[in-house]
Design a binder for this molecule. Structure first.
Ligand SMILES: NC(=O)c1ccc[n+]([C@@H]2O[C@H](COP(=O)([O-])OP(=O)(O)OC[C@H]3O[C@@H](n4cnc5c(N)ncnc54)[C@H](O)[C@@H]3O)[C@@H](O)[C@H]2O)c1
Length: 352
């Protein structure tokens, strides 16, 4: 099989998904190096992820010469959600679009054969009620979504007989990871339920979201790296399972049922959300059977509840910089440690 025992660069290895992908790749016999600017170093639920060898720090600055000997790239680094993307749309494009293309060019020049890009179902944006497969039109409604669409477009143009971009359009992730996020819908609803007894819905609950467990998302990267080239060259895959599309209010009801003593409440001014999309993940299941998801949202709620109870999650922690990426970045900027372009001031990253 192609891709077994290869040297893989995981960008964003210190993030929510990346820190689970690294041990999966190592377990599968691959040699893994990382690249991460460390925005969230020190923000852990429990212990910090294991440190691994790294090349460079910022995807915007890495050069081909630093990537010698790397066979494949799993590119997860970036500005990774809508609130963070809205903090500075210019920087979101700079990192997620220009930075991604810069990295891919460097990788191609260094002889990397496969570049698996962590794209998003946010590309479909205002997607309506229909079940969307990978041929559906893009309709992004945020800087984050636009930046992923632009990156996919330009990466596709870099494809040639020696360089294969692959696009993994993941749904909204949930579940426990050392770099747990409180700003993802199911993690957030379960966190509120455990910490306050209220399942706080911030929209009217009508939007659709495809959900994917963070481990299943990581497994999709392993499968895309290990698949025969012809199965994935230039291809896009929605990552998740077709049965796991939920309306946000359905998720709220599930959390209410599975977190004893909790009840759904609507936040002040909770209204509709134009971001709504339901996706088909049949192509993933058919082409990359190893990437078929093993988890479902109800199981994720049970697992999250247990982890939150074990670590004594409070409302303050859930809403603070440890679990909310936009708060973390704002805090680092207010302290003068990160500049407006998300570059570190001084010599070392937070917690490094
Ligand atoms: N989590 C989800 O629900 C989800 C869904 C779809 C797609 N994605 C995509 O998957 C990827 C990983 O998501 P995540 O949830 O693990 O994100 P994350 O925010 O937890 O991790 C991203 C990592 O990228 C690093 N980073 C940011 N800018 C960088 C730069 N310029 N150079 C080097 N490193 C940089 C950060 O320090 C962080 O560790 C992202 O590209 C995200 O857009 C995530």
């Amino acid at each position: 099989m192609e891709g077994v025992g290869v040297r893989v660069l995981v960008t964003g290895h210190d993030g929510y998904v990346g820190c689970l992908l690294v041990p999966l790749l190592r377990h599968a016999g691959h040699d893994v190096v990382g690249l991460d600017t460390g925005l969230y170093t020190g923000c852990a639920l429990g212990s910090e992820p294991e440190r691994i060898p790294v090349v460079g720090r910022d995807i915007r600055e890495v050069e081909a010469g630093e990537l010698g000997g790397i066979d494949m790239v799993a590119h997860l680094a970036g500005i990774s959600n809508d609130p963070l993307g809205d903090l500075s749309p210019d920087i979101t494009y700079d990192v997620n679009h220009a930075g991604t293309v810069h990295l891919a060019r460097a990788a191609r020049a260094a002889g990397v054969t496969r570049f698996v890009f962590s794209s998003s179902c946010s590309n479909y944006g205002a997607g309506g009620e229909e079940l969307l497969d990978e041929s559906a039109p893009f309709n992004p409604v945020t800087a984050y979504g636009h930046s992923k669409v632009l990156a996919e477009h330009d990466l596709a143009e870099l494809a040639n007989e020696r360089f294969s971009p692959v696009f993994l359009r993941s749904g909204t992730a949930y579940g426990v990871s050392p770099r747990l996020r409180g700003d993802l819908v199911l993690n957030n609803l379960t966190g509120y339920a455990v910490a306050t007894g209220e399942v706080l819905l911030k929209s009217d609950g009508s939007p659709w979201r495809p959900l994917v467990h963070v481990e299943d998302m990581a497994r999709a990267f392993v499968a895309a790296l290990e698949a025969p080239r012809d199965a994935v060259h230039g291809e896009a895959f929605n990552v998740g399972s077709t049965a796991e599309n939920y309306r946000v209010r359905e998720l709220g009801a599930l959390v209410e049922r599975l977190v004893p003593g909790s009840r759904v409440v609507f936040g002040e001014g909770a209204g509709p959300d134009v971001r709504t999309y339901r996706v088909s993940c049949e192509k993933l299941a058919e082409t990359l059977p190893d990437a078929r998801p093993r988890h479902t949202a109800p199981g994720g709620i049970v697992e999250l509840r247990q982890a939150f109870l074990e670590h004594g999650l409070t409302r303050e922690a859930l809403e603070g910089p440890r679990f909310q990426r936009v708060r973390r970045v704002r805090e680092l900027q207010e302290e003068g440690r990160l500049d407006g372009g998300l570059r570190w001031q001084g010599l070392v990253a937070a917690g490094a």
